[in-house]
Design a protein around this ligand. Structure first.
Ligand SMILES: *Cc1c(COP(=O)(O)O)cnc(C)c1O
Length: 487
């Protein structure tokens, strides 16, 4: 049986099913695959693979205990006509850069790529583990995970989900998407605080054994749909692989040629998935970590010091407004040669002193990463420039990626993770395009539609007519109380 270990104690081994159900390790660490079995990508047969075949190739490499037929069924159900294109992840070329459009799923952001399949993996794990308890999923969101998780888990028997979002920290469309969520097993709560506050409180609950035994008495165990869950991370490897071979098919690169990737980064999940693709053998050169003005990661990559002693900023790219990037812990574990003692020290320092510094040696181990950030102004300028020059409208997160790419040192063809549909962020887009900005979001959308000749996606347009179901906002300290009352 394939196993994972905790980043904070290499001796703690666990199966994939248990890890997916549990989300985070009991010692507070993140689950890390014990084996990264190399795939021989130097093979022409992959050029004609479709998304389902790549999904099977990657997932089976880790989830060996799921029989082929069962895994294929999950993949087919996850990546079906919920996506508005059979390609699942189309590519848009601009010069030597290739925008991999990860926003064609039901909630128009890249979180759908993993959250379309996670519910199937969780249900399967529950069955395999003969779990007779129900699962309660607690999710902190910076805007997009929440909606994608709600869509994925709604009305699934035996699972309930509560989403916490920073009440002033998500875009109007993101908020509206969540507040109108239907489903008999879902709850959405705004919190007084930012994303880090939400994520920290949720993490604390996972470590609160008293609270957990209270839940257990009500027949619930906790799980997470955040990118700390390994079941989120694995499906994100797929599109780097599929996009690579798409470039070969389009004769943009030859088999074996290296590509660089640029990822607009928040919790470090998406870029870590690219690193995992590289660990499996995909010819990736540089990994460019793009940040907005919350540029903790840029500083970390350039200096070796991770320092959250700074002001939290609210930007045009809210899904990247994060100071504590959880998945970085996984990278630290890999570069420190699986030294969980070191990881414990870093995390203790981060907790106590709000910073830690890695050695020059470790820094050297991550020199395939490059960090850049873009200011608010640069973000808007990038949206405008790309639109005017190439007639291609990109969202603020993707703009941060493209702007960082322009600052980077790449020689290879480059994949740019395009993480959200531009119409999710009408305020920023209209500001960038210098449209009138005193209108409500739906009027803005119409104006952007008119100006750019791009249709408003139906999934956004129909939000106007949807009823608000979840209107409650709560204080951070009342989270537990609200969990109990929901159950
Ligand atoms: C979540 C998100 C990101 C950040 O991804 P991480 O995996 O958290 O680094 C970037 N852009 C958008 C639109 C997102 O929803």
């Amino acid at each position: 049986m394939e196993k994972l270990i905790s980043s904070r104690n290499s001796k703690n081994e666990i199966s994939y099913f248990k890890a997916i159900l549990q989300g985070i390790a009991k010692d507070g660490g993140l689950f890390i695959p014990k084996n990264f079995n190399k795939i021989d990508f130097n093979n022409k047969k992959f050029i004609d693979y479709n998304y389902h075949q790549f999904a099977f190739l990657i997932l089976k490499n880790f989830l060996k205990d799921i029989p082929d037929d069962d895994l294929n069924k999950m993949i087919k159900n996850a990546y079906d006509n919920k996506f508005d294109t059979d390609e699942i992840v189309p590519i848009k070329k601009i010069n030597d850069s290739f925008f991999i459009e990860l926003f064609h799923g039901p909630t128009l952001a890249f979180k759908d790529m993993a959250l379309s399949i996670l519910p199937y993996l969780m249900k399967y794990s529950k069955k395999e583990e003969n779990l007779d308890k129900d699962i309660l999923i607690l999710t902190a969101t910076s805007g997009d995970t929440g909606k994608a998780a709600l869509e994925g888990f709604k009305n699934i028997n035996g699972i309930k989900i509560i989403v916490f979002y920073p009440k002033n920290g998500v875009s109007d469309i993101q908020a509206k998407q969540m507040k109108t969520q239907v489903g008999k097993n879902v709850k959405v709560l705004g919190i007084d605080g930012n994303f880090d506050d939400a994520q920290n409180s949720v993490k604390e609950i996972f470590n609160d054994s008293k609270f957990k035994s209270k839940l257990l008495k009500q027949n619930y165990i906790l799980s997470s749909a955040n990118s700390i869950n390994i079941g989120r991370l694995l499906p994100q490897i797929i599109y780097y692989v599929s996009s690579y071979f798409k470039l070969i098919k389009k004769e943009e690169i030859t088999l074996g040629e290296k590509v660089d990737v640029v990822v607009p980064t928040g919790n470090f999940g998406n870029i870590l998935a690219a690193k995992y693709a590289k660990k499996l053998g995909l010819p990736i050169g540089k990994l460019i970590c793009a940040s907005n003005e919350n540029n903790v990661l840029t500083d970390f990559i350039n200096s070796g010091t991770y320092n959250i002693n700074r002001n939290f900023k609210m930007t045009y790219s809210p899904s990247m407004d994060i100071l504590i990037s959880s998945n970085l812990e996984r990278l630290l574990y890999h570069i420190s040669n699986n030294n969980s003692e070191k990881i414990n020290n870093f995390m203790t320092n981060l907790n106590k002193n709000k910073k830690y510094t890695i050695s020059k040696k470790l820094q050297n181990e991550m020199k395939d990463f490059e960090g850049h950030f873009c200011s608010q102004k640069e973000t808007l300028d990038t949206i405008k420039k790309v639109y005017e020059k190439y007639n291609y409208l990109i969202d603020p997160h993707t703009a941060v990626a493209y702007c960082s790419y322009k600052k980077s040192n790449t020689n290879n063809k480059t994949l740019i993770a395009s993480t959200a549909h531009p119409f999710k962020f009408p305020k920023a887009i209209s500001k960038a395009l210098k449209l009138e900005n005193n209108k409500n979001v739906f009027e803005l959308l119409k104006e952007i539609e008119k100006r750019t000749d791009t249709k408003i996606p139906e999934r956004i347009n129909n939000l106007t007519s949807k009823k608000t179901i979840h209107n409650k906002t709560i204080k951070i300290e009342d989270i537990k109380k609200n969990i109990i009352s929901f159950l």
